[in-house]
Design a protein around this ligand. Structure first.
Ligand code: AR6
Length: 179
């Protein structure tokens, strides 16, 4: 099995022409700020319509996608093929299962991409914005979870960590140099 080395990119994830772009969503799947807002703005109303459909089918709009879970939609006007919406944990000090939930976001997103036949996937730095997860800790968990899960997802040939800010970029650069 070929070894996959995750790539690192600084910039706007909405511009990427990959199979799957991961969104750091909220449990209601109704859009929001940060990367979620940017993805919905660039994708157009078709994305929200699909998210609303998933929420309706889940029967419970506030918890349509619980933290640590992932769902997939089309991509509207984005250049990617699909959007995988995952919900990171809100940071509450670290003793509330945050690391397990964050690891699960990366793992479930990769497993879903594999199931959908999506070979290339781009991740934002989930939970490190509005949800307040410390960037260093989040990056360690993200890289570890991705490296572990890739052993189970032979269909995935390209993983990109997309950093929006300089701090995350330098954290990831150090971590990925050791992978
Ligand atoms: N491309 C790539 N990364 C981005 C972009 C972009 N266009 N815009 C922001 N980021 P956040 P969270 C980075 O707050 O912490 C929303 O309201 C940003 O710099 O988007 O998981 C949702 O609806 C940060 O490093 O997500 C939820 O309610 C990272 O994306 C809540 O925020 C994540 O920041 C989720 O909070």
């Amino acid at each position: 099995m070929p070894e996959i080395k995750p790539e690192l990119l600084r910039g706007d994830i909405t511009k990427l022409d990959v199979d799957a772009v991961v969104n750091a969503a909220n449990s209601g799947l109704m859009g929001g700020g940060g990367v979620d807002g940017a993805i919905h703005r660039a994708a157009g109303p078709a994305l929200l319509a699909e998210c609303m459909e998933i929420a309706r089918a889940a029967g419970n709009r506030a918890e349509a996608c619980p933290a640590g879970e992932a769902v997939v939609t089309g991509a509207g006007n984005l250049p990617c093929k699909k959007v995988i919406h995952t919900v990171g944990p809100v940071w509450r000090g670290g003793a509330y299962g945050e690391a397990g939930l964050l690891a699960s976001c990366y793992r479930k997103s990769l497993l879903l991409a594999q199931r959908e036949g999506l070979a290339s996937i781009a991740f934002p730095n989930i939970s490190t914005g509005v949800y307040g997860y410390p960037k260093n800790k989040a990056a360690e968990t993200a890289v570890l979870s991705v490296m572990k899960t890739l052993a189970e997802t032979p269909g995935i040939t390209r993983v990109i960590f997309v950093c929006f800010d300089e701090e995350n970029l330098s954290i990831y650069r150090k971590l990925l140099a050791a992978v």
